[in-house]
Design a protein around this ligand. Structure first.
Ligand code: GAR
Length: 191
């Protein structure tokens, strides 16, 4: 069995979708949810679904190595970011070479980089009067939203869209594609 850790900072709807998807999978399971925000919705979701979750601090990630130790203790093979807003530090990147993946709610390289997450991305897309947005799944490296792109899917930006209506359309794409893209990526690593 391959083990997946999901990192999330917020509500965790993608985390839940990933947990549900891999519950039925013969070879992969989400066995750990790691969160940097005490009280985040993702923690309740993980608890309801019977997946272990832990909250960590900046020090745990960037200084003490506690996060890396947790990943080792739980024999994690792959890391999937789902609305996680901090950079992954070098020691974790080195321990998981090519084994960390992220989803971004826009068509990278547009609307990526520090500070571009969640609602802010959708606001920027609408303010620029773009006709298309979408999702990007990419490998994680030492910069925000800059690793190799593995998958993109577009959706329309409709007249009258608000950041919330666009976010909802983009979320639907995320729910539809992210688990499948993660599954394909993992099976390619194993081959
Ligand atoms: C998702 O839309 C994800 O693409 C985005 O945060 C949202 C989390 O929603 N990630 C980023 O913006 C990363 N730069 P969720 O907590 O409901 O899954």
């Amino acid at each position: 069995m391959k083990h997946i850790a999901v990192f999330a900072s917020g509500t965790g709807t993608n985390a839940e979708n990933l947990i549900r998807h891999f519950r039925k999978h013969p070879h992969c399971r989400v066995n750990l949810v790691l969160c940097n925000k005490p009280g985040a919705g993702v923690l309740d979701r993980a608890a309801r679904l019977g997946v272990k979750s832990m909250v960590f601090t900046r020090q745990d990630l960037y200084e003490t190595g506690r996060v890396l130790n947790l990943l080792k203790e739980h024999r994690v093979d792959f890391i999937v970011l789902a609305g996680f807003l901090w950079l992954i530090p070098q020691p974790v990147l080195e321990a998981f070479p090519g084994r960390i993946i992220n989803i971004h709610p826009a068509l990278l390289p547009a609307y990526g980089g520090k500070g571009m997450y969640g609602r802010r991305v959708h606001e920027a897309v609408i303010n620029n009067r773009d006709k298309k947005s979408g999702v990007t799944v990419h490998l994680v490296n030492e910069e925000y939203d800059a690793g190799n792109i593995l998958f993109q899917e577009e959706c329309d930006v409709l007249p009258g869209d608000t950041p919330d209506t666009l976010a909802e359309r983009v979320h639907q794409l995320e729910y539809e594609y992210y688990p499948r893209v993660v599954e394909d990526w993992i099976s390619q690593q194993e081959a």
